[in-house]
Design a protein around this ligand. Structure first.
Ligand code: PMT
Length: 415
């Protein structure tokens, strides 16, 4: 196998989606959640987007122009009339790759659904062909009002992405549906809308974290996997349109648009994986599954005064090898190889022995690579393609490269 260079990783090290070179118009309307738009804008700018802020007059009751101007890529625009450009709304609408309204009040939803152009933001929304995301936030009674719900249904039918509000504490101190979605969920919706939709509607199963094999009532045999690499894969697959289930042993925040199945042991992971893999288009085993577990588990805590126990180990089932034996036609099976020596030879042997389409080999003895780090460096090996090497970069970029390879394999198998 010959080594080729991997995707360009010379850009900023991002642990999230990249919006480099994309123009995002962020419309801020007059609701108490307007201050949260500041955090969303900051995240978009950090991810490389050129963010153009537009505020309604009402929004200015809630946040200052200066704050938003300082954090975005351009000064805030508010008016159809008093800006330098004579037709700011068409210029904004045409230059945008995406328009994001955060928060979207009931009034904005009504005006947009009804095609009313009352101010710069509503004019811009009507003057664009770019995708639009609205993030409603309002009091529960307003959110649940049939007029608002009808407008939401209508907007969705027209292709507008509506990021449903969360249930939680509201401005009045009470709780209910209507709280603005978290910045993570909003940015993930942007990534899903702007990103390549090359995994759209594919069923993807990802495993993450290290299994924990019980010794007695309180002790386990574990390993150092943090789950970060698996979570980055799940987030990236979801951003590219996949229907993702993440089978995890760890407590990290579940990425938006990802379903979580929590497990602890290799046996539980096997049951979860096997029940989902049968209908999956892609299965990615990034978890560090224990190779051995105690043969007998003590029901009670082993007593220190009884001395060191003789723990007899037995092999766990190799989940990935099992999947390789019953792989449905067209399914892409991806494994990882955590090695400390003979990286490529060992990984290649696993690739063939487990009947994989792709193996992601990491030298977990190298600095910044593998377990627990925010970074990783990998070689991607396939049975019938040159090896690709990805130098040290953040785990989201590794995930991107792995999924690029999955897309390439799918393309090849269909042509
Ligand atoms: O979680 P992080 O801290 O982010 O670290 C990431 C990682 C180092 C855990 C990840 O990049 C990685 O290498 N995961 C695989 C770890 C591993 O178990 O490698 P392995 O070479 O022992 O296993 C090979 C493959 O078989 C893996 O896909 C593994 O999930 C699978 N396996 C292993 C044993 C077993 N009983 N069943 C399996 O399915």
């Amino acid at each position: 196998m010959s080594a080729l260079s991997g995707p360009d990783s010379s850009g900023p090290a991002l642990d999230g989606p990249s919006f480099s070179g994309r123009v995002i118009v962020v419309g801020v309307t007059g609701g108490i959640a307007a201050y949260k738009a500041v955090e969303v804008c900051r995240r978009l700018v950090d991810a490389g987007a050129h963010v153009v802020p537009v505020m309604t007059q009402d929004a200015e009751h809630f946040i200052g122009r200066t704050t938003l101007s300082a954090l975005c890529s351009e000064p805030v625009q508010t008016s159809l009339w008093d800006e330098d450009s004579p037709i700011p709304h068409t210029q904004l609408g045409q230059s945008a790759d995406l328009i994001l309204v955060v928060p979207a009040t009931a009034r904005l939803l009504g005006a947009y659904a009804g095609g009313l152009s009352t101010d710069l933001l509503t004019n811009t929304l009507l003057a664009t062909r770019a995708p639009v995301i609205v993030c409603p936030a309002m009091h529960t009674e307003m959110w649940e009002h049939p007029a608002v719900q009808d407008n939401v249904v209508l907007l969705r039918r027209r292709g507008v992405v509506v990021v449903d509000p969360d249930v939680g504490r509201l401005a009045g101190g009470d709780s209910g549906a209507g709280r603005l979605a978290s910045p993570e969920r909003i940015v993930a919706a942007v990534a899903r809308t702007l990103g390549p939709r090359d995994l759209a509607d594919l069923i993807v199963v990802v495993t993450a974290g290290g299994t924990r094999e019980p010794i007695d009532a309180v002790r386990v045999i574990a390993n150092r996997s943090s789950g970060k690499q698996g979570y980055a894969l799940a987030a990236e697959a979801a951003a590219r349109g996949a229907v993702v289930t993440l089978i995890s042993t760890v407590e990290l925040a579940t990425p938006p648009f990802v379903a979580l199945v929590k497990v602890e042991t290799a046996a539980q992971m096997q049951t979860a994986v096997e029940s989902l893999a049968a209908v999956a288009d892609v299965v990615i085993m990034a978890a560090a599954v224990a190779d051995f577990r105690p043969k007998a588990v003590a029901v009670n805590k082993l007593k220190k005064h009884d001395g060191p126990p003789d723990i007899i180990l037995e092999p766990t089932p190799d989940i990935l090898a099992g999947l390789g034996m019953v792989k449905p036609t067209g399914q892409i099976l991806v494994g990882f190889a955590a090695e400390t020596d003979d990286l490529v030879d060992n990984a290649e042997a696993k690739l063939r022995r487990k009947n994989l389409d792709l193996i992601v080999a990491n030298d977990v003895g190298a600095a910044g690579v593998g377990f627990q780090h925010d970074t990783n460096a990998v070689c991607l090996l396939r049975p019938d393609a040159p090896m690709v090497t990805i130098g040290l970069t953040d785990k989201r970029s590794i995930a991107r490269a792995v999924l690029d390879s999955v897309v390439d394999i799918r393309r090849g198998s269909r042509s």
